[in-house]
Design a protein around this ligand. Structure first.
Ligand SMILES: C[S@@+](CC[C@H](N)C(=O)[O-])C[C@H]1O[C@@H](n2cnc3c(N)ncnc32)[C@H](O)[C@@H]1O
Length: 330
């Protein structure tokens, strides 16, 4: 991406542009630097249609005061400032460089929403927001977000390790309730500072071909979590933060279930006869969860995100699937 003439076209495409990997930022990396392949992105300018979907689900209206969680490139803050007025927007990011670069970038075209460097999972500098929109994902909704949004205000956010996009209405500083949007959305996970993020990749390297602690044969097909996103969603609710990968070789298909804590399972399915096998390692029974997701789906039908309820209080956050008669703690 060294040709400045192509930048404007790229910026207007509907795709995510990674701007930072680990500590390496695109502004300062130099043209000939290749980002490390074992480290996930730590900042990006989000897919524009996804930014709009996050806003749309929040139902942001004229005159509202909005908290933009995860400044990144400053794209979402610029849109909000343009639509609502810069003084109605507070944008926060944990990374000081990103905040100062976004501030400078937006100033070049006359936008100046308020921006602050802060770990947004801690106390926020203001409260009384009508809306909070998060563009990084967390395992649960931080209590500080409930405290920052007024009663009756709305939070639009995603759950780390899942494709669940939550819309919750705040009742008071410790309670909220809501639903899950019908379309999935994924954001990079929350971070608290400089970090490595390569744990999952290390688990994948270990799981690629190793025998593991246990090898078992099984009958039947491997559940198709690559194409069946509802099945994948149910698996993520049963076992949060599970990652799955799949490859098709000439003679077999391989599916991996991975968890950053070190547990993994790998199914190998021969294409020309022979029984499929599952290798696994670590305390989490990832394959068992996938099996359960498959059984629940055939018993109750595919899980429908928009049928899920979200309940939040200071002790417990959970998602209920009424059709399956199940409730999942976050
Ligand atoms: C996907 S980017 C945000 C994209 C941006 N809003 C846009 O419109 O393009 C996610 C951002 O969340 C930030 N982030 C991650 N953890 C955070 C935390 N604990 N507090 C504040 N920001 C955080 C990251 O530094 C990253 O810049």
């Amino acid at each position: 991406m060294t040709d400045p003439a192509s930048w404007i076209g790229t910026a207007y495409e509907d795709r995510t542009l990674v701007t930072q990997v680990g500590e390496l930022h695109a502004d300062t990396a130099g043209d000939d630097v290749t980002p490390p392949s074992d480290r996930p992105p730590t900042s990006s300018t989000t897919l524009p249609s996804l930014v709009l979907r996050m806003f749309d689900v929040a139902e942001i209206e004229e005159g509202m005061k909005v908290l933009d969680l995860g400044t990144g490139s400053g794209y979402s803050a610029a849109l909000l400032g343009h639509r609502l007025g810069d003084d109605r927007v507070l944008s926060v990011d944990v990374d000081e460089y990103l905040v100062s670069a976004a501030r400078r970038r937006l100033a070049t075209f006359g936008r100046a929403p308020r921006m602050t460097t802060i770990d947004a999972t801690h106390a926020l500098p203001e409260d009384g927001f009508d809306r909070a929109v998060a563009m990084f994902s967390t395992r649960t909704i931080p209590s500080t977000w409930l405290a920052a949004v007024r009663s009756g205000g709305v939070i639009s956010t995603t759950l780390a390790g899942t494709s669940l996009h939550l819309r919750v209405t705040v009742t008071d500083a410790t309670h909220a309730h809501g639903r899950v949007a019908s379309h999935g959305a994924r954001f990079m996970p929350v971070r608290s500072g400089p970090e490595d993020g390569s744990a999952l990749h290390r688990v994948y390297l270990a799981a690629r071909t190793a025998d593991g602690d246990e090898v078992r044969a099984f009958d039947g097909d491997v559940p198709n979590i690559r194409d069946d996103w509802r099945l994948a969603l149910l698996l993520e609710l049963l076992q949060p933060a599970v990652d799955h990968r799949w490859i098709d070789l000439d003679d077999r298909s391989m599916v991996w279930l991975l968890h950053a804590s070190g547990s993994w399972a790998r199914a190998e399915v021969p294409k020309f006869g022979g029984r499929p096998t599952v290798h696994s390692s670590g305390p989490l029974d990832l394959w068992g969860h996938l099996d359960r997701a498959r059984h629940l789906t055939s018993e109750h039908g595919p899980i429908e995100p928009s049928s899920l309820h979200v309940e939040i209080d200071s002790h417990d956050q959970r998602i209920t699937w009424p059709a399956g008669g199940l409730s999942f703690p976050l």
